[in-house]
Design a protein around this ligand. Structure first.
Ligand SMILES: Cc1ncc(COP(=O)(O)O)c(C=O)c1O
Length: 434
């Protein structure tokens, strides 16, 4: 069978592949500290469990774009949680996770895709699968991975010159892999530059409700509504990755051609999001203190666990941008190149393999996120440790509800997180002492 040529340079998702590797190792009785997969693992909220049982008998095909009542609820959710002015429910599209919507929209839009280095593993794969040329710009590793605006707009102009089409920029804040959030100023500069160039911005805000401490999420849509398509979902703040539900918001007036094109793609490919899920998730968008508290509790726990590992790494003199949202750390060992070279580690892939083999630490190399392998960056996901199964995840939630003081919570209930941190310490000792 002859495959399309682009499959020779697109790989299965590195994050899902790493998860399967760890699950296989666990099933063989091996000990692995799983820092390789960003899955929020809190129990499904009981109200949503109840709702799903109520709607289990819903068996008919539903609207491809989403039932009206659900789209209306999502529009209110955006207004209340993301500070968007009026949102027209007709501008909402739902899909099988936000990934499917990114694929749908990129299969419709024309133009080169602009992606940061580093950026989430699936963006470049989806852009290639949908036949877009990809242009990379840089996040500034010397300034905690802020967007390098010169690099962004130089690449945008180059992409426009090469292809004769305005580029499509993919943004992600809070960010996977860096854990950083775009500042108000970056958003302003990007919105101005994008408007001047007539660019489309695809703004992935799936971690928008998972912000640490006093950080609050800002969306580029508030400054550039006419050119921004927002992506979101329930996989992260409600820990419902396996329910596969995502949603997008296209520009209110300009977007109806796009909405119709999405309808064409969705109705011809997966027809609709499963009926029980569409009915059940309406509950997730109902303004309600109980669910809001639950999301805030889970967010605070992500914050504590992520910050604990961050503090530990910085104490070990491992450079790492300070996390502001989501549940990721992006340490960089570029300044340890010489000592790592002595044990034949020259790339992040070798580094990740070494950490797995010698210290049982599963991480992902920065190369999977488009980074230069010789920069020696790793992405650590903090969402899995001490929550490896449902019972442990439930216990973590209950323990926090009883005693939310961070030091107690980590010391008493996070043996594996502490051990993983210690192992980074052993690793640093070992390489420094040669
Ligand atoms: C930045 C980012 N966007 C999207 C997704 C996937 O979201 P969904 O489960 O809605 O497809 C992930 C999952 O890891 C992610 O990290």
């Amino acid at each position: 069978m002859k495959l399309k040529e682009h499959f020779s340079n697109i790989k299965p998702s590195a994050t899902l592949a790493m998860n399967q590797t760890v699950l296989r190792m666990w099933s063989k009785g091996k000990n692995v500290f799983h820092l390789g997969f960003g899955e929020s693992r809190f129990p499904v909220h009981p109200d949503l469990v109840h709702e799903l049982t109520v709607h289990a008998t819903k068996q008919s095909y539903l609207s491809s774009l989403g039932i009206n009542e659900l789209r209306e609820k999502i529009s209110v959710f955006f207004q209340e949680n993301y500070g968007f002015n009026v949102v027209d429910p007709d501008s909402i599209i739902i899909g099988i996770g936000s990934k499917s919507l990114l694929h749908t929209i990129l299969s419709i839009l024309d133009g080169p895709v602009l992606l940061s280095v580093p950026s989430w593993v699936s963006y470049s794969s989806i852009a290639k699968l949908t036949d877009h040329p990809v242009y990379r710009f840089y996040l500034d590793d010397k300034r905690s991975y802020e967007v390098d605006l010169d690099s962004l707009f130089d690449r945008a102009d180059q992409a426009q010159n090469d292809t004769g089409k305005p580029p499509i920029l993919i943004l992600n804040s809070p960010n996977n892999p860096t854990g950083r959030m775009l500042s108000k100023n970056e958003i302003k500069e990007i919105a101005n530059g994008a408007r001047k160039r007539n660019m489309v911005v695809l703004s992935d805000e799936i971690y928008g409700l998972i912000t640490h401490g006093d950080n609050s999420h800002d969306s580029i849509r508030t400054l550039y509504p006419e050119g921004t398509i927002v992506f979101n979902g329930i996989s992260k703040h409600l820990s419902l990755g396996g329910w596969r539900f995502g949603f997008s918001l296209v520009p209110d007036n300009a977007g109806q051609d796009l909405v119709n094109a999405c309808d064409t793609v969705i109705s011809n490919i997966w027809s609709c999001v499963p009926a029980p899920i569409q009915h059940t998730v309406m509950r997730a968008f109902q303004p309600d203190n109980e669910l809001t508290n639950y999301i805030n509790t889970c967010t605070s726990i992500h914050d504590i666990r992520t910050r604990y590992l961050y503090d530990h790494l910085t104490d070990l003199n491992i450079s790492c941008p300070e996390p502001q949202g989501a549940f990721y750390l992006y340490p960089n060992l570029g300044d340890k190149k010489q000592i790592l070279g002595k044990i034949n580690i020259t790339t992040d892939i070798e580094l990740a393999e070494f950490l797995l083999e010698k210290y049982e630490l599963a991480t992902l190399p920065g190369e999977a996120f488009g980074d230069n392998a010789e920069n020696l960056s790793l992405r650590l996901a903090t969402s899995y440790l001490d929550m490896e199964d449902d019972t442990k995840a439930e216990a973590i939630l209950r323990a926090y509800q009883k005693d939310p003081i961070a030091v107690n919570f980590i010391r008493k209930h996070h043996p594996r997180t502490q051990e993983a941190a210690n192992r980074f310490g052993h690793f640093m000792n070992d390489i420094v002492s040669g």
